[in-house]
Structure formats: C-alpha cells, structure tokens
Write a protein that binds this ligand. Structure first.
Ligand SMILES: [Zn+2]
Length: 108
C-alpha cells in the first residue's frame, strides 16, 4: 500500500474494509508518516496502538545495553514514540503519554 492510498483510507475518503483500514494505519505507523501528518493522525495512531489494534516496535534498549528512561518519571519510551535513538533523545513517555526527553540509564 502506498502512502497516498493509506492516507485516503485513514481519512475515510477511500472505502475500505476493517482489515484494509488497520493495514493502512499500520503502514503509516511503520514508515513514520503518521507522526508527520496533522495532530489528529498521531492521536488516532496512538489510540490504535494503545488498543492493541496496531503496533509499533519501539526500540527501548540502546546499543550499549543501557535503557532509555524518560526525564519526567523514568519510564521507557511509549511504543508509539517516534524515533527515540542515540541522536534523538526525545519522544513520548510510556507512563505519562506526553512528549519528554530521555536519558540512558542502567536496566533495573
Ligand atoms: Zn513520564
């Protein structure tokens, strides 16, 4: 599915079955497009990930074996958090579901 078709389906412009709708959201989550679209897309994607309908494989462990911890409460990045990585220590807190910075710490 290309990005344009996926966006059309997610916006409800294009008719789709439930499976196609989920696949459309998943493809936008997979390539990160969903986080660059208007805010309602990101919120909807987050809600679908929380509901377990869609998933995002967020890497919470750094190459060094240290884990990412949010600055607000020390939680792992939320699975919907976009690209938390060694050169971008910012994302969504898995506890507060809010934007935050991250630091590397020992695994507990
Ligand atoms: Zn937090």
């Amino acid at each position: 599915m290309n990005t344009f078709d996926a966006v059309m389906i997610c916006e409800g412009v294009e008719d789709a079955t439930q499976e196609e709708l989920i696949a459309a959201w998943q493809s936008l989550i997979d390539d990160g497009t969903v986080w660059t679209l208007q805010g309602s897309f990101g919120r909807q994607a987050k809600a679908m990930i929380e509901a377990g309908v869609c998933y995002s494989a967020q890497d919470t462990v750094h190459d060094s074996g240290m884990v990412y911890r949010s600055e607000c409460c020390g939680a792992s990045p939320h699975e919907a958090s976009p690209d938390v990585g060694s050169d971008n220590l910012a994302g969504i807190c898995g506890q507060c579901l809010d934007g935050t910075g991250f630091e590397l710490g020992e695994e507990e």
